[in-house]
Design a protein around this ligand. Structure first.
Ligand SMILES: [Mg+2]
Length: 211
């Protein structure tokens, strides 16, 4: 069974990379409004590196945890700054959360989302409301925990996670940036969706579609 789960995760990363590629220009435009305009390129480089690293992995013998740690290494090698260490830490924590688990049941998916969210929070030292990707990952992880606690079905679980992510990304437009380059703009960052939050919602949507 673990081969199946590892393959599902590898396909999830393929899908993430594809979505980022499609939305690359849009993400850079969002970043151009409040940052340095490179977010689409950065994410594209990171996810291409992830899929290249996973292509070299033997998915017949790899565990889900192996897939996540390979993704972490690939992302960090390609993107050393900005989002690089954040996603690398998130993926690495997800690898730890999935260690010894061969199935991607809803409890595993919940734990993976929680680990991603906590890893990004710890590495970035951001709080919720700082207008960052955390404003998407945290509510998505919470929605996952609530869905499992309430015994939701798989489609209900992913729908709840996806909606929480979309709402989280939209909410960043009402927030004043306190982290990163956008923080220099203070109130002028109002009205603009955070590019990292926008891409996080895209990644979670890809996750929901593939898992
Ligand atoms: Mg940027």
């Amino acid at each position: 069974m673990s081969e199946t789960a590892a393959r599902a995760l590898a396909q999830m990363f393929e899908r993430m990379s594809g979505v980022i590629e499609t939305e690359k220009d849009h993400l850079s435009e969002l970043d151009g409004a409040i940052g340095d305009g490179d977010h689409g390129i950065t994410m594209s480089i990171g996810f291409k590196a992830v899929t290249a690293a996973l292509a070299a992995l033997d998915l017949d013998s790899a565990s889900p945890s192996d897939v996540m740690s390979t993704a972490a290494g690939g992302f960090l090698d390609a993107v050393g700054a900005s989002t690089g260490p954040l996603y690398a830490t998130g993926f690495r924590r997800a690898a730890q959360a999935l260690a010894g688990r061969g199935h991607l049941d809803l409890a595993a998916c919940r734990d993976m989302l929680a680990a991603m969210s906590e890893g990004i929070r710890d590495r970035g030292k951001a709080q919720r409301g700082d207008k960052t990707m955390l404003d998407v990952w945290m509510p998505a992880a919470e929605a996952a925990a609530t869905a499992v606690a309430n015994g939701r079905s798989k489609p209900e679980f992913w729908k709840a996670v996806e909606i929480a992510a979309e709402n989280g990304a939209a909410a960043t437009a009402t927030m004043v940036a306190t982290k990163g380059r956008a923080a220099r703009l203070r109130e002028r960052s109002l009205g603009h969706t955070d590019p990292g939050a926008a891409s996080a919602a895209m990644l979670i949507k890809a996750m929901a579609a593939m898992l």
